[in-house]
Design a protein around this ligand. Structure first.
Ligand SMILES: NC(=O)C1=CN([C@@H]2O[C@H](COP(=O)(O)OP(=O)(O)OC[C@H]3O[C@@H](n4cnc5c(N)ncnc54)[C@H](O)[C@@H]3O)[C@@H](O)[C@H]2O)C=CC1
Ligand SMILES: O=C([O-])CC(=O)C(=O)O
Length: 263
């Protein structure tokens, strides 16, 4: 017996959104149907094969997705996420740095409780969230997260003149994810898995010698210690964003209906 494909709505059709469509197109056996995508301008011509586009969250929910994916940025998650959750649909989010604003955190959690729905933070450009959240059960003493991206990615034209790495930020994850809303959402994910946004130490470095987006996380606690490093190939559409982010969305969707779920 085959079950009906999972009905998925998506908010945003930029580097990650297009990446999700491309990955799914290469997986014809994946039982995932993107029933609609919320975009800023639905009248704009789209590539052949693009799912139906809509211009409001109400129109997206009218397409009856069972789950909605947010890949559109902090403001979109803050403004549109509550309506999705209140309608009873689960929300898979990547712009998780938005939760550093207490009022956004509170409104998303309240809407999830009201709708009986769940917010899942996709692993996005990072990994190890499962181990960090397990370690948090026993007690974590310290978490440091260092993000290095190519200098031009973080500084634009000014970065081209850099001859050595420049530290752009050192402080709490809460401050950093709001200062770099398109570059270190991963630090918010690590924080929420571990010791929270105020106790997670974040460093952001613009590095003229690298071509990939690097994240390094070190955790110490009762469990022992953990060191996680990843070097992400940037997407062509948005060099701040690694290719793996779209892959993580597809993986999160497939996990929802898999008989065996890993991690
Ligand atoms: N957790 C993670 O690992 C990562 C999270 N991100 C987050 O994902 C966001 C999206 O990343 P990309 O796709 O690379 O950005 P992008 O800039 O390529 O695409 C974002 C798209 O969302 C659309 N959009 C924005 N607000 C919207 C709204 N209210 N309604 C409909 N569409 C809207 C924009 O028009 C744009 O097409 C980033 O801003 C960042 O916050 C990005 C990379 C990694
Ligand atoms: O793709 C990455 O390297 C991470 C990123 O932009 C983010 O966390 O916002």
């Amino acid at each position: 017996m085959t079950s009906a494909p999972m009905r998925v709505g998506m908010i945003g059709l930029g580097a990650i959104g297009q990446g999700v469509l491309t990955q799914l197109a290469a997986m014809p056996d994946a039982a995932v149907d993107i029933v609609g995508v919320l975009v800023r301008d639905p009248s704009r011509p789209r590539l052949a094969g693009t799912p139906p586009v809509v211009g409001t969250v109400e129109a997206l929910l009218a397409l009856e997705p069972e789950v909605v994916v947010e890949v559109a940025g902090h403001e979109a998650l803050a403004q549109l996420g509550p309506a999705v959750l209140r309608s009873g649909r689960d929300l898979i989010a990547v712009s998780v740095g938005a939760l550093a604003r207490p009022e956004v955190y509170d409104s998303l959690v309240a809407a999830a409780c009201e709708g009986g729905a769940q917010i899942t933070v996709a692993s996005g450009a990072i990994g190890g969230l499962d181990a960090i959240s397990a370690a948090a059960v026993g007690g974590i003493t310290r978490v440091t997260h260092t993000t290095r991206k190519p200098a031009t990615t973080l500084l634009g034209a000014e970065g081209a003149a850099l001859t050595e790495p420049r530290e752009l930020f050192r402080g709490t994850a809460r401050e950093g994810v709001l200062e770099f809303p398109e570059s270190v959402n991963v630090a918010a994910a690590v924080s929420l898995a571990g010791v929270g946004l105020d106790r997670t130490e974040l460093v952001v470095v613009a590095d003229p010698a690298i071509t990939r987006n690097r994240h390094e996380v070190v955790v110490e606690g009762d469990f022992g210690s953990l060191r996680f490093e990843i070097e992400n190939v940037p997407t062509t559409a948005n060099p701040k964003t690694g290719r793996i982010v779209a892959m993580s969305i597809v993986r999160t969707l497939l996990r929802r209906c898999a008989p065996l779920a890993i991690g």
